[in-house]
Design a protein around this ligand. Structure first.
Ligand code: FAD
Length: 390
């Protein structure tokens, strides 16, 4: 990327990008392969990210953020995601899925109590929608929250929750009135150390091994009524809006994956000699590199457009967020595959990064909404069946 042509970026954005890039290359990259192989979550790296206020871009200064905005958040997320798909998750766990939701819908008390703690990473967050029998069809969730005096009593099970085994607080979506369907969902801020909460770490998964993922089991967990996020019965609307934030983070991470695959492929193509010359000189290898460049930059352009719209106040730009997430997640699947063609047998080896990048890139087509759901939103909008932007 050349600064001169990055017309969307201000000087502050460029300074931020260079700072995060340096941090990611110097502090994360040296450990990433070992951490992935050991399935080791480095809490200290999250603390260092907090020291640099990397979680604070869309959060105002009064709550510990830096108020730099959504494009800044996208830049930070891409740079972290370029080096570690596992640590990229932190940008949703501390910022978009938790702090931003509390900022938008939580009481003043919740905002003051929790957002600065998430910004500084004194507390780690998670957000829990998915259940064993409820994925894309979120309204079918079985977790219940029943009002009991000054509290709600939560019962149910969530699975595939990023950071469940390490989180201190969770934004938990539950049904307060199952019969009311969409209008019967509510969101709660739950202390993960409360009596009745237990977690089970997901042991075997395809990628992002250094990112703890797990189940949350809730058995008669008492949550103070004041810890509801927004109003009772408004949870589905909050969830849809929250996804318009978390999908930007996922899309930005996906661009990071593409850039990582491209960087590794260019380096290899210039170093590897066959038939007496670097393979970079063969046109068929160049064709693969050209496709990788095009996919990476097209994905980034969609992500930046989405972020710039949000910075201009269009924070509920569902259509453009879904488009960015759809395109970037597909690219994060395809571009590392192209990288594997360049590195060939060495790409199949764990001694080169492509194998890890390829594994980790696959997650973006699943989390924050499966690809079919993204396609459904884009197509029904285009066909005039259901407008994506309200
Ligand atoms: C590593 C990882 C981390 C995650 N982190 C979190 C987290 O922190 N919090 C959280 O709540 N969840 C999390 N998830 C869960 C994730 O959000 C869900 O997996 C995702 O929403 C899809 O649900 P599902 O996998 O159950 O698929 P399903 O909904 O069962 O779908 C299966 C397939 O059917 C397709 N499909 C479903 N409905 C339709 C339809 N109407 N039309 C066409 N096709 C359809 C889907 O596209 C998919 O291809 C995580 C998942 C992973 C893998």
């Amino acid at each position: 990327m050349s600064d001169q042509y990055d017309v969307e970026l201000s000087e502050d954005h460029i300074i931020l990008r260079d700072m995060v890039r340096k941090f990611a290359d110097n502090e994360i990259a040296p450990f990433v392969e070992q951490d992935e192989n050991d399935h080791r979550f480095q809490r200290e790296l999250v603390d260092k990210m907090a020291e640099l206020n990397l979680f604070g871009c869309p959060i105002p200064e009064e709550y510990g953020g830096n108020g730099m905005g959504y494009l800044a958040h996208a830049i930070v997320t891409e740079e972290i995601g370029r080096v570690s798909g596992s640590l990229r998750i932190s940008l949703n766990m501390q910022t978009m899925g938790t702090s931003l939701s509390i900022l938008k819908w939580g009481s003043d008390e919740l905002k003051k109590k929790y957002i600065p703690e998430l910004m500084s990473a004194r507390l780690l967050g998670c957000f829990a929608i998915t259940e064993p029998n409820s994925g894309s069809d979120t309204v079918s969730m079985a977790t219940t929250a029943v009002r009991d005096g000054d509290s709600y009593i939560l019962n149910g099970q969530k699975n595939w929750i990023s950071w469940a085994p390490v989180a201190d607080i969770g934004i938990i979506f539950a049904m307060t009135d199952k019969a009311a369907k969409h209008k019967g969902m509510s969101a709660f801020l739950m202390d993960m150390h409360s009596p009745g909460v237990s977690t089970i770490a997901t042991k075997a998964k395809l990628g992002i091994w250094a990112c703890p993922t797990g189940e949350i089991i809730m058995e008669d967990v008492k949550v103070p009524a004041g810890d509801i996020i927004g109003q009772e019965g408004k949870g589905f609307g909050h969830l849809m809006e929250e996804l318009v934030s978390t999908r930007l983070t996922a899309a930005s991470g996906a661009v990071g994956t593409c850039q990582a695959a491209l960087d590794a492929s260019i380096k290899y193509a210039c170093e590897r000699n066959q038939f007496g010359r670097p393979i970079a000189q063969f046109q068929m290898v160049q064709e693969v590199i050209a496709r990788m460049v095009a996919e990476t930059e097209a994905a980034r352009a969609l992500v930046w457009r989405c972020a710039i719209q949000k910075d201009r106040g269009l924070i509920n730009n569902n259509r453009e967020t879904v488009l960015a997430k759809f395109y970037a997640s597909r690219a994060a699947d395809e571009v590392p595959n192209l990288g594997l063609e360049v590195l060939s047998a060495y790409g199949y080896s764990n001694e080169y990064p492509i194998a890890r990048i390829l594994r980790d890139g696959k997650v973006y087509k699943i989390l924050e909404g499966a690809t079919n759901i993204m396609k459904m939103i884009l197509a029904t909008d285009a066909l005039g069946i259901k407008k994506a932007n309200k």
